[in-house]
Design a protein around this ligand. Structure first.
Ligand code: NGQ
Ligand code: ZN
Length: 449
């Protein structure tokens, strides 16, 4: 990918699912080589997901009694959270991860905060809910960076949590225990990486943030650290009222934000904050469909990327499960606000589809700390094969394939999907889709009853 498109490529995959050789111009392939049925591109990392929210997709689109906002949506989300048990969580996540694979995502960053029982008490096994999420990823075959969330407060400066948040809460010690258990449990699985996610600056104090980063660094010094930041104007105003600083400003002034960090949303990073972010190694995780759905605002990606910033994309609330839609809306948001075209591109990469795909692969690989990021030797064989016989892609070549995929196609142009050298989607169908869908149906029936 980094070197561009090539024809007649022989891709060799070793016994543990890594690419061991990439050779172009092979007109006479070995007899046991499998011929791919269309153009192959790297699988897309999805840097930000809350799996359980998939089960409420489409159910918060009607007006409520007062003006609808991010905050009224959050009340409805909290009400939904009350009802979900571990088995249901697994069934929802497995269905979601099947859909992610079918949509071209091959690694997911699961920002996981639904830790406890409905009354707020921990499960007998504190990792129960995390175990269910990881079991779902294994069922579907998607690689996962699991990010257990530290949630301790309900506002800047250590405000006590609300009742509706009781399934999310930990203190620094119980969180360190959760992280340790998870690291020990999943150490041996190459498709599972454990990181952490302090939920937001609203949900942790500086001391708790430092404890949380210590808790993971003790086991894994390169583990990813994700947090929500500056998504809503109210959040920016409250941060200024508390600290005299904007959220991104506060974070950059208070913590060493290095390449392990992924700042989710950062919608309201101003010019100075964006420059500081772009000069560093952290990734901004943009979630265009959810940010649009929740009425957040538009991240100034044109300016940030022109300044050298790193981005990943995320499906967040999972109201939409499509890498194509996220990338398309990312560019369209910029076009609508600047009233110009072809904004997320540059002289080296004038194709918007190519530029966005490359940027999201690079930043996504870094944010999820997995050995992915291109069809290159030494990286995991996470491959998406497109259907060159769909109307949007037929007779397209080179970067026009990615432009057509991002702007003119839909998931029906995604044919086969491989993770670590194993096919999980063939001809658009996931190998386990029927069984997983049956369990999802049962789960939805009882949640909606
Ligand atoms: C979440 N989602 O944790 O699911 C949040 C809403 C909050 C997004 N920020 C809750 N999109 O931020 O307090
Ligand atoms: Zn989120």
């Amino acid at each position: 990918m980094r070197d561009g498109w090539a024809d007649d490529v022989l891709l060799e995959v070793d016994g543990i699912g890594f690419i061991s050789a990439v050779t172009a111009g092979i007109s006479d392939p070995p007899e046991d080589a499998e011929r791919l049925s269309g153009p192959a591109i790297p699988g897309m990392p999805n840097v930000h997901s809350h799996a359980f929210q998939r089960a409420m997709a489409g159910l918060t689109e009607a007006r409520g009694p007062s003006e609808d906002s991010f905050w009224t949506w959050r009340q409805r989300m909290y009400a939904f959270v009350e009802r979900i048990d571990p088995e249901q969580t697994q069934n929802i996540a497995a269905q979601l991860y099947v859909e992610m694979l079918q949509a071209g995502y091959t690694t997911v960053g699961e920002f996981h905060y639904l830790h406890h029982q409905a009354d707020g008490n921990p499960y007998d096994t504190v990792t129960e809910m995390s175990d269910r999420i990881i079991a779902a990823a294994r069922q579907a075959g998607i690689a996962i960076t699991h990010l257990p969330v530290l949630y301790a407060c309900s506002g800047f400066g250590g405000v006590a949590p609300e009742i509706g948040q009781r399934r999310f809460l930990n203190d620094s010690d119980s969180f360190a225990g959760l992280v340790e258990d998870l690291v020990n449990k999943y150490r041996g699985d190459p498709l599972v990486r454990i990181g952490i996610a302090p939920h937001s600056l609203r949900a942790v104090t500086r001391e708790q943030l430092l404890h949380a980063t210590d808790a993971i660094s003790r086991h894994d010094f390169a583990a990813p650290i994700h947090l929500h930041i500056a998504e809503q104007t109210r959040e920016v105003e409250e941060c200024i009222a508390w600290s005299g600083q904007r959220p991104v400003e506060w974070l950059l002034n208070s913590i060493d934000v290095d390449q392990r960090w992924c700042l989710i949303h950062a919608t309201y990073a101003n010019g100075a904050e964006r420059e500081r972010l772009a000069a560093g190694d952290a990734v901004v995780g943009i979630c265009p469909t959810t940010e649009a759905n929740l009425g957040d605002g538009i991240f100034p990606a044109t300016e940030y990327l022109a300044g050298g910033g790193h981005i990943g994309i995320g499906s967040d609330s999972n109201v939409s499960v499509s890498a194509i839609e996220e990338l398309r809306l990312l560019e369209y948001g910029q076009r609508l606000s600047h009233r110009r075209r072809a904004l997320l591109a540059n002289a080296d990469s004038p194709s918007v589809g190519r530029y966005l795909y490359d940027a999201a692969i690079d930043g996504g690989a870094r944010a999820l700390a997995q050995p992915i990021g291109g069809l290159e030797v030494g990286r995991r064989a996470d491959v998406v094969v497109l259907d060159g016989e769909t109307p949007a892609l037929v007779h397209k070549t080179g970067d026009a394939i990615l432009d057509s995929l991002v702007f003119a196609a839909n998931h029906r142009s995604i044919k086969d999907v491989m993770v670590a050298g194993r096919w999980h989607v063939r001809d658009g169908r996931h190998q386990q889709q029927e069984a997983i869908f049956e369990r999802f149906k049962t789960t939805l029936a009882s949640l909606l009853a």
